[in-house]
Structure formats: structure tokens, C-alpha cells
Ligand binder design. Structure first.
Ligand SMILES: N[C@@H](CCC(=O)N[C@@H](CS)C(=O)NCC(=O)O)C(=O)O
Length: 197
């Protein structure tokens, strides 16, 4: 059975949300990321050498990146319909948006927090404003990033928008706020975001 190393109010919510969407059995293992002893647990470190959550163990498989974990779960359980299969015309757009959170939103968010001067040409993520504009444009049609079909990329993007909103750096973004509301209204998201250690 899948073992998910998790801590509340962290990026681990993404993996938990996707497991809930998939409706597959899993074991949730709480790792308090503020507790050095808990993070030193050898089984946890085998799955997460950096000592970060989420991390996943499934048989011999070990993954420690939320995007990779979401990709793995969506592909491992095709019956849940959370990823367009290889050969599907939407597979390319799916992969692009699945990666967008960790490759664009996260670094742009950290740049914003650190008040760094963006260098659009040198930085792979452009800058905060162009990242937001790209996401807004992608969600213009909606309701989900691939249109009518909810997928694992929505879990990655929805949880990222959740953090932007929580950190009060989202700004006046009606399209993104409406998307966030749709995401949070999903029963699987509610379960994942409210569960306690
Ligand atoms: N790129 C990783 C980032 C994971 C990450 O930064 N997790 C934070 C919590 S949100 C963490 O575990 N921090 C604890 C630490 O670094 O000690 C992912 O998306 O999974």
C-alpha cells in the first residue's frame, strides 16, 4: 500500500488531495517538519533525503517531489481518470500544467517574497507578473485547466493558488479566485485540507 509522509499546512496537501481524488487506499504518516527527531527517521529519510514532505513509498518506489508524486499516482491509477493517457491529444497540455507549479509558480513566489529584482530573460520562470498572466490565460475557459476535465494538474495548480491566496500575494485575480473556490469545493480537497495530524 502507498505510504505518504505528510504534515498539515504544507505542500504535502497536494499528494493527500490527489490520493483522495483517486480514491485508493493509502497510509498517511505524520512527520512534524518542525521536529528534527521526527525528520531524522531513517524510513522517512530513505524516501526524502532532503527531509521534506511530501514523500511517498510504494513497494520499492520512493518519490520526494509533490509534482512527481501527483504524476505517479495519476498514472498508476488510470481508472480514476486524473491524467490523460499517453496518446491523448490533451497529454501535452496536461504535462505542461502539471509541471507549472514547481517550475514557474514556486520560484516566482519565492522571488516575490524575497523582493528580488526579476531578470525575466535569465530566470526560467519569467517573473511573478508573467507567471500569473500565463496561469490566468490558461484558466480563462475553465472550469479546469484542461477545460471540462479535472486532472492531477488542477491539484498542483489549485494548491499553489491556495498558498498565493493564503500568503496574500494573489492580488485582484477574479479568474484565479473563482478557480480556487471550485477546487476547494471538491470533497476530496476538503478532506485533504482539513485532516489533522
Ligand atoms: N519541491 C518540493 C518542496 C517540498 C517542501 O519544500 N516541503 C516543505 C514543507 S511545504 C518541507 O518539508 N520543509 C521542511 C524542511 O525543509 O525541513 C515539493 O514540491 O514536494
Amino acid at each position: 500500500m502507498i505510504k505518504l509522509y505528510w504534515c498539515q499546512n504544507t505542500r504535502a496537501m497536494r499528494a493527500l488531495w490527489l490520493l483522495e481524488e483517486a480514491g485508493v487506499p493509502y497510509e498517511r504518516v505524520h512527520i512534524d517538519i518542525r521536529d528534527a527527531q521526527a525528520k531524522a527517521d531513517p524510513e522517512f529519510r530513505a524516501a526524502s533525503p532532503l527531509g521534506k514532505v511530501p514523500a511517498l513509498a510504494d513497494g520499492a518506489v520512493r518519490i520526494n517531489d509533490s509534482g512527481a508524486i501527483c504524476a505517479y499516482i495519476a498514472d498508476a491509477y488510470p481508472q480514476a481518470g486524473l491524467a490523460p493517457p499517453i496518446g491523448d491529444p490533451q497529454r501535452g497540455a496536461y504535462l505542461q500544467w502539471l509541471m507549472f507549479t514547481n517550475s514557474n509558480i514556486e520560484p516566482a513566489m519565492m522571488e516575490k517574497f524575497s523582493a528580488l529584482t526579476p531578470n525575466r530573460a535569465a530566470h526560467g520562470w519569467g517573473d511573478y507578473a508573467s507567471m500569473l498572466a500565463t496561469l490566468r490565460e490558461g484558466l480563462q475557459t475553465g472550469p479546469w485547466i484542461l477545460g471540462g476535465r479535472f486532472c492531477a494538474a488542477d491539484v498542483m495548480l489549485g494548491s499553489a493558488v491556495y498558498f498565493l491566496d493564503m500568503f496574500k500575494i494573489l492580488g485582484d485575480e477574479p479568474v484565479l479566485k473563482a478557480y480556487l473556490e471550485r477546487c476547494m469545493a471538491r470533497p476530496a480537497a476538503q478532506r485533504a485540507f482539513t485532516v489533522q495530524a
